[in-house]
Design a protein around this ligand. Structure first.
Ligand code: HEM
Length: 134
């Protein structure tokens, strides 16, 4: 499996662990205020990253692109800031909303970059290959 696919799965499982910890904490404490943070951690972190990782596992040539690695860093940093800031915002710190907004935009840019990775033809990808990441 390409290194980038493994990187995505390693990152995804960390977000799932964090997301489930939030879910368990909400269930045990009977305080569901952090539901948006829990849902976004699981869906943008675990589910979406696992899908990105699967795509790269199925398209190893694209996983070797510099753009693909850059996309990983942009998307992961967006979600990585979104999760804690959304958690804080929904648990009594509304003043942190601008950070939530900025992180959301960064995550969205990461998704747009993934769209470019998807829509770029395999031939064009082959011409832009960098050193193998495996
Ligand atoms: C240990 C596992 C989990 C626990 C204990 C848990 C717990 C919870 C709790 C307590 C809520 C709030 C419900 C409410 O206030 O209405 C919630 C909402 C939610 N959870 Fe989880 N959850 C778990 C796993 C997951 C996973 C794996 C996903 C997605 C992949 C997920 C997605 C969501 C979503 C989307 C909501 C919002 C639902 C809504 O607002 O209607 N959860 N969860």
């Amino acid at each position: 499996m390409p290194r980038l696919a493994q990187l995505y799965f390693k990152t995804a499982i960390i977000f799932l662990i964090i997301g489930l910890m939030m879910g368990l904490h909400m269930a045990i404490s009977q305080d569901h205020a952090a539901t948006p943070a829990h849902a976004h951690t699981n869906l943008l972190g675990w589910v979406t990253m696992a899908i990105f990782g699967t795509y790269h596992a199925l398209n190893p040539l694209k996983a070797e692109r510099r753009l693909s690695l850059l996309q990983y860093y942009v998307y992961t940093s967006g979600v990585g800031v979104l999760v804690p800031s959304l958690y804080l915002m929904t648990t009594g710190h509304p003043e942190i909303e601008p950070i939530v907004a900025a992180a959301s935009v960064v995550a969205f840019v990461g998704v747009l970059m993934f769209a470019v990775v998807i829509f770029t033809s395999a031939q064009a990808v082959g011409q832009q290959r960098v050193a193998p990441l495996r």
